[in-house]
Design a protein around this ligand. Structure first.
Ligand SMILES: [Zn+2]
Length: 267
């Protein structure tokens, strides 16, 4: 059963992970943004997945300041890139320091074929280094790679923090990232019954640990499997989040907004 949406008029939500530039959403971008706003979403972050997306994202941010952008190379696209792309990223960060709120989507995905690991590690290390250089937070993609991500964050003594995208897991797994100044990106996962461990983490961890995200067009919510996910669905994720917490919805929304502004330094 889909969760009913919940949106008191006073609540404004921040979708910290929405691929509004990908073809599935881009073809009806304005419609999705309108529907998201109608659902209480007042701002979002569009993280890049590849170099070819960067100029377009800078353009999108210039046209709509509520669309914050992160530039980076996603591990799924690692094979298409090399250190020349890191050079270009460096140039853009220098030129557009204030327009880019984070480096992302970067990370490690060890569910991919093993012959991509070296390239992934090289690009991740180089991008983390740029984030450090420009004092930017990072948006982290992970899959079977949390220990390796933590190792690299520690090796580079990375203290800018960021968002651990698509968090699922135990409080203990969460704490390792929280201790390094990260927030946990809470998405559609918590709408699934089977996600008990993640739901308990949402119940038990301090409220300043969390930000919300849809990961649209990916990660459809429970009851919407097989459909394209959209940023308007964030209010259903928020409803599921409220059910897991004891604080009033208005207080939760305000805290989530504040957490986002703090970690992305938007305030
Ligand atoms: Zn993503």
């Amino acid at each position: 059963m889909p969760l009913t949406s919940y949106r008191p008029a006073t609540v404004k939500l921040f979708d910290t992970h929405c691929h509004l530039d990908l073809p599935e959403l881009a073809k009806a971008q304005d419609l999705h943004w309108q529907q998201a706003q109608d659902a209480g979403v007042a701002a979002l972050v569009i993280p890049a997945v590849e170099q070819a997306a960067w100029q377009n994202l800078l353009k999108l941010h210039a046209s709509q300041p509520a669309w914050h952008i992160a530039l980076g190379i996603h591990p799924w696209w690692a094979a298409k890139h090399d250190l020349a792309d890191i050079g270009l990223l460096n140039q853009l960060l220098q030129q557009y320091t204030d327009e880019v709120c984070a480096i992302g989507e970067i990370g490690l995905d060890f569910a991919l074929a093993e012959d991509t690991f070296d390239q992934q590690l090289q690009l991740f290390a180089a991008q983390l280094n740029l984030a450090k250089q420009y004092a930017k937070p990072v948006i982290l993609h992970h899959s079977k790679s949390q220990p390796q991500l933590l190792a690299e964050l520690k090796r580079q003594q990375f203290t800018e923090g960021g968002i651990l995208h698509a968090f699922s897991g135990s409080q203990q797994q969460a704490k390792a990232f929280l201790d390094l100044g990260f927030k946990l990106g809470i998405g559609g996962t918590i709408t699934y019954e089977r996600a008990r461990k993640t739901q308990i983490s949402v119940q038990k961890l301090p409220l300043d640990s969390f930000v919300l995200e849809t990961d649209a067009p990916a990660m459809p919510l429970a009851g919407f499997q097989g459909e394209i996910n959209t940023p308007a669905q964030l209010n259903r994720i928020f409803a599921a989040f409220c059910k897991l917490r004891t604080e009033p919805a208005e207080q939760l929304a305000a805290a989530l907004w504040r957490n986002t502004e703090q970690v992305l330094r938007l305030a």
